[in-house]
Design a protein around this ligand. Structure first.
Ligand code: NAG
Ligand code: NAG
Ligand code: NAG
Ligand code: NAG
Ligand code: NAG
Ligand code: NAG
Ligand code: NAG
Length: 316
């Protein structure tokens, strides 16, 4: 089943596969890995599924709210993750944690929530203007767009997300990039960068509320294991020159399964847990960090500023 949808995704989307620095590009991008990144909490400060969910609740007339209040729904979801974790058994090592985050038990928690929200009918009250207002409330981590401007000259940027809507993430990209352009001296920035970022994410919307982009790839990604399987397919199994960025334990399979992993956001609690399970955490300092090797080595950074300087440096 999983293999079936993944091969469908793979076959449909093969044009996005090739890592090809722009012809005539002034930079020497060869030293830099191809980047795959989580969205919620990694590109954004916000867990943007919450901005989206708040918009859904606000749009639905009170007598049509077939789901419990958002806070209760999320508490139930968290309780379901805890229950799955306890049923799964020990997660004392990185390998066990990766296995749990890729397990059917864990995946089903997210699938259950997704299916329940889809079946509630509440999504149907959204419209373009409500979504646009919600997108304006999303805050990105510092220097994401500075990094993306530099990195786009070195090839494709790919988002792998478990969020509920590809259209929603596209709108957030377009909205935050437009705000970034208007706030900066952007004479040499590409105007369509927000549409060049490849986005692989589930799609809960059944109507087109956001102008489509050729880089939209609705795909049933419901846990970190799904992300790693897709990442591997997109590079035809050779992960040696890949980098995955994520902010949470859900991202552990691609964080340790990609060529290199960068944990975004300086989450000290999570960092302590990963160290206890046997991972080696090292701060991302400069370009040499991206060549460091080691089993379960995870680089850490607070925001996109170091990455921006690495990619900008490579262009000179
Ligand atoms: C998004 O993040 C900003 C900055 O941390 C915060 O003020 C806002 O409440 C967040 N929005 C949601 C919906 O979580
Ligand atoms: C939690 O799990 C139960 C049992 O599978 C399910 O009925 C319920 O909808 C789940 N809650 C959420 C919020 O996903
Ligand atoms: C979108 O929905 C809101 C709230 O239900 C409503 O006020 C608004 O008129 C709608 N806009 C469009 C363009 O349909
Ligand atoms: C804006 O960028 C252009 C091109 O790089 C440069 O020539 C110009 O001086 C800059 N303007 C300001 C106000 O920084
Ligand atoms: C994250 O940690 C690094 C290394 O300890 C530090 O240099 C950076 O300032 C921190 N960033 C944030 C946003 O806390
Ligand atoms: C409800 C849900 O699945 N939200 C997910 C949105 O994406 C972030 C990051 O990928 C996950 O941490 C959330 O669990
Ligand atoms: C390079 C640059 O000037 N970046 C600025 C662009 O605008 C944002 C505000 O949206 C600033 O935070 C950046 O520093």
């Amino acid at each position: 089943m999983e293999l079936l949808w993944l091969s469908t995704v793979f076959l449909t989307l093969s044009p996005a596969l090739a890592f090809s620095p722009r012809p005539g590009s002034p930079c020497s991008c060869d030293e830099l890995p191809r980047v795959f990144t989580d969205f919620d909490g990694t590109i954004s400060v916000n867990n943007t599924i919450l901005n989206f969910a708040e918009a859904v609740y606000a749009a639905t007339p009170a007598n049509k709210r077939t789901l419990p209040p958002l806070a209760s729904l999320l508490a139930e979801y968290e309780a379901n993750i805890t229950k799955a974790s306890q049923e799964y058994g020990s997660q004392d090592t990185i390998a066990q944690e990766v296995a749990f985050e890729s397990s059917t038990l864990r995946r089903n928690v997210d699938v259950t929530l997704f299916d329940r929200v889809a079946a509630s009918g509440m999504i149907s009250y959204l419209n373009s203007s409500i979504l646009q207002s919600a997108a304006e409330t999303v805050v990105l981590r510092p220097d994401f767009w500075e990094w993306a401007v530099a990195a786009s000259r070195c090839g494709v940027i790919t988002v792998l997300s478990n969020n509920f809507s590809t259209q929603w993430l596209r709108l957030v990209l377009r909205t935050t990039y437009a705000n970034f352009l208007s706030a900066n001296n952007t004479t040499h920035h590409p105007t369509n960068l927000a549409d060049k970022i490849e986005v692989y994410c589930p799609e809960i919307l059944t109507t087109q509320l956001v102008t489509p982009s050729p880089a939209d790839h609705p795909a049933p990604l419901h846990d970190g294991g799904d992300k790693l399987v897709l990442l591997r397919r997109l590079v035809r199994g050779d992960v040696s020159r890949t980098l995955y960025l994520g902010d949470s334990v859900d991202d552990l399979p691609p964080l340790v399964g990609a060529g290199h992993g960068v944990l975004m956001g300086n989450d000290t609690g999570l960092m302590a847990m990963l160290t206890k399970q046997g991972a080696t955490l090292e701060p991302l300092v400069d370009e040499t960090s991206l060549h460091a090797e080691g089993k379960d080595l995870i680089l850490t950074t607070g925001d996109w500023s170091v990455l921006a300087s690495i990619w900008e440096e490579e262009e000179k």
